[in-house]
Design a protein around this ligand. Structure first.
Ligand SMILES: [Zn+2]
Length: 91
């Protein structure tokens, strides 16, 4: 049984939330806890859920968590500046 200190959610729930958020114009980054070293990691590929596991930047191992968190960002355009992104909702 994995601990759930970050209020992480099961894959099915995360995928549903991702779909909703992306269709509403948000970008989503998956967050997870490495099962090898226990460090909290954030995927660097927006809007993608990797079923084949996640690589941990801390220990270098591939980890297969069963629960995930996420961060969201909305792309905004100010004048000529595009794709200004603010990631929030980290857990
Ligand atoms: Zn690790």
């Amino acid at each position: 049984m994995e601990t759930n200190e970050y209020n992480d959610l099961p894959v099915e729930v995360i995928l549903k939330k991702m779909e909703e958020l992306i269709s509403n114009g948000f970008d989503v980054l998956i967050k997870f806890k490495c099962l090898n070293c226990g460090s909290r990691q954030t995927s660097d590929v927006p809007n993608k859920f990797f079923t084949e596991g996640y690589s941990c930047e801390e220990c270098g191992k591939i980890t297969y968590p069963k629960i995930f968190g996420f961060a969201v960002a909305k792309r905004i355009t100010i004048g000529d500046k595009i794709n200004e992104e603010v990631w929030e909702g980290y857990n």
